[in-house]
Design a protein. Structure first.
Length: 374
């Protein structure tokens, strides 16, 4: 038999157990609701992102034929060029221009939807110390595009032009090899196509669509480039003394550069046009002027602060030209891309022109489901 106190105790325990169980169930239910809400919000966010991404590829099919394939492979032959001109200032200004010989580079490229990447290596060069490297990554859509680039030169520059004083014959220096120059370029360019529904920039430079009707568009973009230039001015002076003999002159202090690093932040605007002369053929051209804010830090003999650490604004340029044949399965063509950067200070000026000439042939595969006939 149970006493009254025992029965009362059991009753209280039963109530406590029930309350605890209800609390656990309530908390578990709340947790499930929270998880469901998070899952729903995540799905909604994913749909919104997918919708936004698809919006980048909206186009007018009366003017542009969309890409029918998911993947592409391409073989490209490239000629890169880099020209550096250094100038001092004043009544006895001097200038020297360096550039390497143009050599063929070969490399494979692969593409998946918007992404297009590749690597090229120099042909006919077995000296690993002089091998130049280039890595490119491009992301294209009908509205926006981004080009990333990484380039490192070897030490095979030559003197192309030297002006060391009024009336001084510097022809003995032309074409001489000079291994005291090393340079690198790293950066990106991003741009927006305003008339993206009718004009296809990728049709000309990534072969991912077909331009069916001639059309043009205004463009706007931004970019960043870091240029590094290392010049052994002491070795350059010895070369001048050796070749010029009695006519040798000392280098101006403005050209006594050891190492300079340029940071270039730019805003650009321009116009591009695609001309379709015949079915599957395309001729393209685009020009952009860039207002660039420059920040440079370098080492110079004599006066680093005055001559080689500066902030400046200059006008740069970007040009792209191409010819393409594209029947959607196979494509082939050629393109030329040119960048020019200018840096000005009272005692020092430099111009860097770099770019590439490309010839390529490629093959698309992996037909998209909506274009299959089965």
């Amino acid at each position: 038999m149970h006493t009254a106190a025992q029965k009362q105790g059991k009753g209280l325990a039963s109530v406590a157990d029930t309350t605890w169980a209800d609390t656990v169930v309530a908390k578990t239910s709340d947790g499930r609701h929270q998880l469901l809400n998070i899952k729903a919000q995540t799905q909604q966010l994913g749909k919104q992102i997918k919708k936004t991404v698809r919006g980048f590829d909206r186009l007018n099919t009366d003017y542009i034929e969309p890409q029918h394939y998911i993947f592409t492979v391409m073989l490209q032959v490239t000629n890169n060029y880099d020209i550096y001109t250094l100038r001092s200032a004043g009544p006895d200004a001097q200038s020297i221009t360096f550039s390497p010989d143009m050599r063929l580079r070969l490399g494979p490229y692969v593409g998946w939807k918007w992404f297009f990447a590749g690597y090229t290596f120099e042909l006919g060069n077995v000296n690993l110390r002089e091998i130049k490297q280039q890595l490119d990554l491009s992301i294209y859509s009908s509205q926006v595009g981004v080009d990333l680039f990484y380039r490192r030169t070897g030490n095979d520059y030559k003197l192309r032009d030297a002006r060391l004083g009024s009336g001084l014959d510097t022809s003995p220096l032309n074409g001489l090899g000079f291994d005291g120059v090393k340079a690198g370029i790293t950066g990106f360019n991003a741009y927006y196509i305003f008339n993206h529904g009718r004009f296809s920039y990728p049709a000309a430079f990534s072969q991912s669509t077909q331009q069916k009707v001639s059309c043009g568009s205004w463009m706007a973009g931004l970019g960043y480039t870091k240029n590094t230039l290392d010049v052994d001015h002491e070795k350059l002076q010895r070369l001048i003394d050796s070749e010029m003999g009695a006519n040798s002159v000392p280098l101006d202090s403005g050209l006594m550069i050891r190492k300079v690093s340029y940071n270039d932040f730019s805003l650009s605007a321009g116009y591009a046009y695609n001309w379709v002369p015949a079915k599957n053929w395309l001729l393209a051209a685009s020009l952009q002027a860039a207002l660039a804010y420059k920040k440079s830090v370098g080492d110079a003999t004599g006066n680093q602060e005055e001559g080689f650490s500066f902030k400046n604004v200059n006008l740069d340029g970007i040009g792209r030209f191409g010819i393409v044949y594209n029947n959607m399965r196979w494509y082939a063509g050629a393109s030329v891309i040119v960048h020019t950067n200018n840096y000005h200070k009272p005692r020092f000026r430099t111009n860097n022109t770099f770019g590439s000439m490309n010839m390529y042939i490629g093959y698309n595969f992996g037909l998209k489901r909506k274009y299959r006939k089965d």
